[in-house]
Design a protein around this ligand. Structure first.
Ligand SMILES: [Ca+2]
Ligand SMILES: [Ca+2]
Length: 86
């Protein structure tokens, strides 16, 4: 399957298989293919973003990360690592 990474209101589409959660595999793949972020770094970001620790990033966790990214000027906010660094 070709990953579809397109801009949307909520940021890039990372949920490749459309099950409404972002798995570790999907996240790592997008981090690598889109932002050329190394696997260890992507894994670290994933762990930070999966705030309830269930192994996936839910829509709720995703939206919160995006919101933090746009509202926060803190470079260490989870959303900053989610959407890449400036
Ligand atoms: Ca998914
Ligand atoms: Ca989670």
């Amino acid at each position: 399957m070709t990953p579809q990474v397109s801009p949307s209101r909520e940021g890039p589409v990372i949920d490749i298989d459309g099950d409404n959660v972002i798995s570790k595999e999907e996240f790592m793949r997008v981090q690598r293919d889109v932002w050329q972020i190394s696997a260890p770094e992507a894994l670290e970001s994933f762990t930070k973003l999966d705030t309830d620790g269930d192994g996936t990033i839910s829509r709720h966790e995703f939206i919160r990360a995006v919101r933090e990214y746009f509202l926060s000027h803190d470079p260490h906010a989870p959303g900053s690592v989610f959407l890449g660094r400036p």
